[in-house]
Design a protein. Structure first.
Length: 278
């Protein structure tokens, strides 16, 4: 018999190779091991005097300050004061930024005036608002809120404007043929279609609000409440680097927790809603 060659399956019928992703547990263990090694090397280097421990404190010294401050309530009060200021200013910035962004996206005159102003002011560092805020409002909570609002407002405004402009025109024409117009078009078509950009803009506004508030608390002393920025400033004045590093760590952890609690659920929902997840 003459041997016959077995025909190879067509390229489309070949089995796809699937690469299994590492489990959540293995990813968590890897991350924990990495940071454990990093902190261990840091502690060893501090105890071995590889650097000046006064300038770069050891992790145990930072942990001791955090535990001590939590016990006497100083750190908890500072966290509460800072988060309260941040949330109030952030909500005000969003409440102003989204309507103004819709205005600049809808009207050419608003885009040529307010839109250009927002684009320029977004590039302005938040600390530049501190002198004006002090002159206008004095050393008050209003001065703090003004700086936070200015850090949030322009990022949200520009994100809303960009999101509305990125909507395909076919959406509006299709909605118009079905009788949608005015507020109904805005609420049921334009805002849902621009939601990915809005979430991205509010997330960016949150980051700007954090930076603005830290600048405000460092430079503005308000007797109604001392926040994390004040602890950071006083630690620098007293050359207490363990306090400075501990406050920086707390700020980092609050930002990380806020991202996971506020923005990650929305991002997962949008990826699933728009078919971007497997």
């Amino acid at each position: 018999m003459i041997p016959t060659a077995t025909p190879s399956p067509p390229s489309g019928a070949r089995k796809k190779i699937r690469y299994s992703e590492p489990s959540v547990l293995s990813q968590t263990v890897s991350a924990v091991a990495f940071f454990a090694v990093l902190i261990g090397l840091w502690e060893y280097g501090s105890r071995s005097r590889w650097w000046n421990p006064v300038l770069i404190p050891a992790p145990l010294d930072i942990a001791n300050y955090i535990i001590r401050s939590f016990h006497d309530g100083e750190l908890l009060k500072a966290c509460w004061v800072t988060i309260k200021r941040l949330m109030i200013g952030y909500v005000i910035g969003i409440a102003l930024g989204i309507p103004l962004g819709l205005l600049t996206a809808r009207f050419k005159f608003a885009n040529n005036t307010l839109g250009v102003t927002a684009l320029g002011l977004q590039t302005l560092p938040s600390v530049c608002w501190v002198p004006l805020s002090l002159l206008w409002f004095g050393q008050t909570e209003t001065a703090m809120l003004f700086i936070v609002v200015m850090g949030t407002l322009w990022a949200v405004l520009l994100a809303t404007d960009h999101g509305i402009r990125q909507i395909p025109p076919i959406y509006r024409r299709a909605a118009a043929t079905m009788g949608s117009s005015g507020f109904h078009l805005l609420w049921h078509v334009l805002l849902p279609a621009s939601l990915p950009h809005l979430v991205s803009g509010t997330k960016q506004g949150w980051a700007f609000a954090w930076r603005s508030l830290m600048a405000a608390e460092i430079y503005v002393t308000v007797l109604t409440g001392f926040g994390l920025g004040h602890l950071l400033h006083y630690g620098r004045e007293l050359h207490a680097m363990d306090q400075v590093a501990a406050v920086m760590l707390v700020i980092l952890l609050i930002g990380f927790a806020a991202d996971k609690a506020l923005f990650s659920p929305w991002e997962r929902f949008l990826r699933k809603r728009w078919g971007l997840t497997v």
